[in-house]
Design a protein around this ligand. Structure first.
Ligand code: MG
Length: 248
């Protein structure tokens, strides 16, 4: 038995033991959107930074990678509290988020994460239910799903569906529900952001992190990811090895 094989076996059995499941019974794969399906995080960070500059709220482009997955109002309030010592008013939240949305729509070139389409198409054709679980309320991206991933996603959870955004488990719990009232051991999550990984782990779901951004792998491991991979290509390449554990 190779070292790699041993590590993998433990990774899967550790999850099952810890969560008191006898086995996986994989039915659905829940995908985060930004940074997993779309190479959009750099445009989000740029749009947030420029919006905050316009509203005279100090920030750095890098910090928005940490907030990825959180709903917009949380990010705004986090910065407002830090920089101004108060919450944003509803009007401020609306105005700031609207501006951020405008800038994002202007900058976003709609490019996909390499191998994201190939992976989703493959698992869809293998019979798994594919679900998007995003904190995004960005209509321009949500509209593009059907043209970039035609017929592949059965369900979608967006910022409009939940009261509590990531890192709260609600989005992923709703993903399980929409996928057919599944138990946590009947799904896996593909995430790229620490707050998203926390949400998936809090929902009790086995979580594969793909590190498509600038943060170190340790950030995703510390957030609780069961597996951390460098890319969607790595997930595509490893999938045959992983699938045997999920479908025994
Ligand atoms: Mg993401």
């Amino acid at each position: 038995m190779s070292h790699y094989f041993y590590i993998m076996t433990t990774t899967f059995s550790d999850y099952l033991n810890k969560r008191n499941h006898k086995k996986f019974d994989l039915k659905a794969i829940l995908f985060d959107m930004d940074g997993v399906l779309y190479d959009s995080m750099k445009w989000h960070a740029k749009s947030w930074k420029e919006t905050m500059d316009e509203f005279d709220i100090p920030s750095t482009s890098e910090e928005f990678y940490q907030y990825e997955g959180m709903v917009g109002s949380h990010t705004i309030n986090h910065l407002m509290n830090r920089e101004k010592g108060r919450n944003a008013s509803e009007e401020e939240v609306r105005t700031i988020y609207k501006r951020k949305t405008e800038l994002f729509s202007k900058y976003n070139d709609g490019s996909l994460i390499p191998y994201a389409y190939d992976f989703v198409k493959r698992v869809h054709d293998e019979g798994f239910t594919c679900v998007i679980v995003t904190g995004s309320g960005q209509p321009t991206l949500i509209d593009k799903i059907e043209s970039n991933y035609p017929g592949l996603f059965a369900h979608m959870v967006t910022a409009f569906d939940v009261k509590n955004g990531k890192p709260h488990p609600e989005p992923y719990l709703m993903g399980l529900q929409k996928a057919g009232n599944l138990n946590p051991n009947q799904a896996i999550v593909v995430e790229n952001a620490p707050r998203g990984v926390e949400a998936a782990v809090a929902a009790g779901i086995f979580t594969i992190a793909v590190n498509t951004g600038p943060m170190p792998d340790s950030v995703l491991a510390d957030a609780g990811a069961n597996i951390v991979l460098p890319s969607m290509k790595a997930l595509y390449d490893n999938w045959d090895d992983y699938r045997v554990y999920f479908t025994v």
